[in-house]
Design a protein around this ligand. Structure first.
Ligand code: PGA
Length: 255
């Protein structure tokens, strides 16, 4: 694999799996991908499974991530989980601003900007999700929407912190629908995002990882990975079985 940046393949389990299911999955996945060195593998699990995964993934190549966090380190925030708590259960990554959180839980760009800043300040690596919905794409507004999200969500960051962020371009119409953006469209958007990032951060933009997400599967990952501005994938449904996710990771390495 010949990539400018070291790729990341991150699984996003969403609200799936009990602790015993998580344990079995981790044991299988480690057995299947233990030898892979070409890219970084991340599993972003529900909060309840993180302690079990901390145990199972210790001293393995699989990194652990959460799917959300609060911007405060502690305090009177009933129902929230802080960056400190995520570090305590060995998370190194955290997904921020997933479209499902923006849509169902009304997360705003302002909330997301605060969370991104707090994640970096605490030493977690945020995976910031951006992406347009179907009507925005049909109206030709996809790039403008994504640009505005990037500008708002990264507003709070110092230029030097920008290199610590990973961005996932996830067109909402492609999430969980079986419809993937064509690799050409995905590449075009990721290249345009990189040029927006270079407007914000100059040459650091060349170092920032941009993942694609939205119905990524074992049979379309290689083509996506072959695109110069796509540095990996954020994978929902196809990360839910260890066998399927391992196959997807192996196919990513062949690209
Ligand atoms: P999907 O989800 O792979 O099931 O489309 C991707 C995501 O929401 O991160």
């Amino acid at each position: 694999m010949d990539k400018k940046r070291r790729p990341v393949i991150a699984g996003n389990w969403k609200m799936y799996k009990t602790t015993s299911e998580a344990r079995n999955y981790a044991q299988s996945l480690v057995g299947l991908v233990g030898e892979i060195s070409e890219l970084d593998i991340v599993v972003c699990a529900p909060f309840t499974s993180l302690p079990v995964l901390k145990e199972e993934l210790k001293d393995t190549i699989v990194h652990l991530g959460a799917q959300n966090m609060c911007w405060a380190d502690e305090g009177a925030f009933t129902g929230e989980i802080s960056p400190r708590m995520l570090l305590d259960v060995a998370c190194t990554y955290v997904i921020i601003g997933h479209s499902e959180r923006r849509e169902h839980f009304r997360e705003t760009d302002e909330d997301i900007a605060r969370k991104v800043k707090a994640a970096i300040a605490s030493g977690l690596k945020p995976i910031l999700c951006v992406g347009e919905n179907l009507s925005q794409r049909q109206e030709g507004k996809a790039l403008a929407v994504v640009r505005a999200q990037l500008q708002h969500d990264l507003l709070e960051l110092a230029a030097d912190d920008l290199r610590k962020i990973t961005i996932a371009y996830e067109p909402i119409w492609a999430i969980g629908t079986g419809k993937t953006a064509s690799s050409k469209d995905a590449q075009e958007m990721c290249a345009a995002m990189r040029s927006t990032l270079s407007g914000i951060s100059g040459s650091i933009a060349e170092k920032i990882l941009i993942l694609y997400g939205g119905s990524v599967k074992p049979d379309n990952i290689a083509e996506l990975m072959a695109q110069p501005d796509i540095d990996g994938a954020l994978v929902g449904g196809a990360s839910l079985t260890a066998e399927g996710f391992a196959q997807l990771i192996k196919n990513a390495c062949i690209a």
